[in-house]
Design a protein around this ligand. Structure first.
Ligand code: PMP
Length: 380
């Protein structure tokens, strides 16, 4: 129950074990093309340009930034935790002038602050972390991207902890880049960076004044490859992760069969019931309200006077694996529970039970069973 890598559907894992096809074999060309088509559906970006590259989510961040920013251009980072800082680091690497608006831990940055900043100078792009996995804070991208549009600024959404678990309408909301990593709600073992660029993003890249400063990430190398597979033709720049891409096809087909809207509604239902269950036993979430808590994970403070390591060990003894803290300022004060992908109600009940036993054994005072009955009542 960690926020990635998550547990994967058996059919996805079985697909990984199929014979490795040649990357130019007809069956693989169809698989890759199908993945690219299904990504556009999942992202709700019918005119977007999908990219699937071997690498982790950080490669997708690197690809978005390195292709769109040029040296000495201004970039605005809206940060709700650890992964906002990573955007700043990548932008700095490519020579951008970075302004970072950091929310207090567990909160979001106000629209007013964002608008004031966008008015203050000419920005090239703004980055948003949809769900920061270090805090579990969910940011609504819609009003930020419409501000960006108003000021003619590109918008980049880190959807590593949100794509296929939180609502995203890339095209309707006017987001220029949305990306994720395979190991989260998209439901494939780690190793693929998935990204969709808008027509405007591709246009901006084509009109660059200076060359892209990354060799591996440069769209110059990958755009012809993606276009070829979309047209069901072979192509090559770097050998694709054949087995992972076949697993991605299986997962995207499952998601498509379930329907992305249904899938997100189910994530929301489980997340809200879980969060209410956590509050019912006197715990506090890192996000300051359920309204800005993610569907995909929940970050929870340890009760005062409880030894976090001991607590997590006791939870582990119940057969449930949860994650420790990640945000550097509060790392030792909280834990994280992922509830995305194939997670079902029974998994969450088992998790709440393990959390209660862990709390009871480390001295937290509450009535055993409270979170379980809260969860049941919420779902009933
Ligand atoms: N952004 C967010 C929001 C993430 O949660 C993560 C991974 N936890 C990343 C970026 C980086 O992804 P990866 O670890 O796959 O490089």
């Amino acid at each position: 129950m960690i926020p990635g890598p998550i547990e994967f559907e058996p059919s996805v894992l079985r697909a990984m074990g199929e014979a490795t096809a040649s990357h130019v074999a007809p069956n693989f060309i169809e698989t890759f093309g199908n993945c690219l088509d299904l990504i556009k559906t999942t992202w709700k970006a019918p005119n977007g340009q999908p990219f699937v590259i071997a690498g982790s989510g950080t490669l997708a961040m690197d690809m978005a930034i390195s292709n769109l920013i040029e040296k000495d251009e201004n970039a605005l980072v809206i940060s709700t935790g650890y992964f906002g800082e990573r955007f700043k680091d990548i932008l700095t690497t490519y020579g951008a002038n970075v302004t970072i608006l950091t929310a207090p831990i567990g909160d979001i940055v106000s629209l007013e602050a964002i608008e004031n900043e966008l008015k203050s100078k000419k920005y090239k792009l703004v980055t948003i972390t949809h769900v920061d996995t270090s805090t579990g804070v969910l940011v609504d991208p819609k009003p930020i991207t419409s501000l960006a549009k108003k000021h003619d600024v590109l918008s980049i959404l880190d959807g590593v902890c949100s794509v296929a678990g939180e609502e995203i309408q890339q095209e309707n909301w006017g987001i220029d880049v949305v990306f994720t990593g395979s190991q989260k709600a998209i439901g494939v073992p780690p190793g693929l960076a998935l990204l969709v660029a808008s027509e405007k993003a591709i246009e901006t890249w084509k009109n660059r004044k200076t060359p892209v400063q990354s060799y591996y990430s440069d769209w110059k190398n990958w755009l012809p490859v993606m276009e070829a597979y979309q047209a069901r033709k072979p192509s090559y720049f770097g050998t694709p992760s054949v087995n992972l891409i076949r697993a991605l096809e299986v997962s995207l087909e499952l998601i498509n069969k379930q329907g992305i809207t249904n899938r997100i509604a189910l994530h929301k239902k489980f997340a809200k019931a879980f969060q209410k269950a956590i509050l019912s036993i006197g715990l506090k979430t890192v996000p300051i309200s359920i309204g800005i808590s993610a569907n995909t994970l929940t970050a929870i403070y340890y009760p005062e006077k409880i030894d976090g390591n001991e607590f997590r060990k006791k939870v582990g003894e119940q057969g449930v694996i949860i994650a420790g803290g990640l945000h550097t300022d509060i790392k030792a004060e909280y834990f994280r529970v992922g509830h995305m992908g194939s997670v079902n109600a029974s998994d969450i009940i088992a998790t709440l039970s393990a959390i209660e036993i862990g709390l009871a054994k480390t001295g937290h005072q509450f009535t055993l069973g409270t979170s379980l009955s809260t969860f049941q009542k919420e779902l009933y």
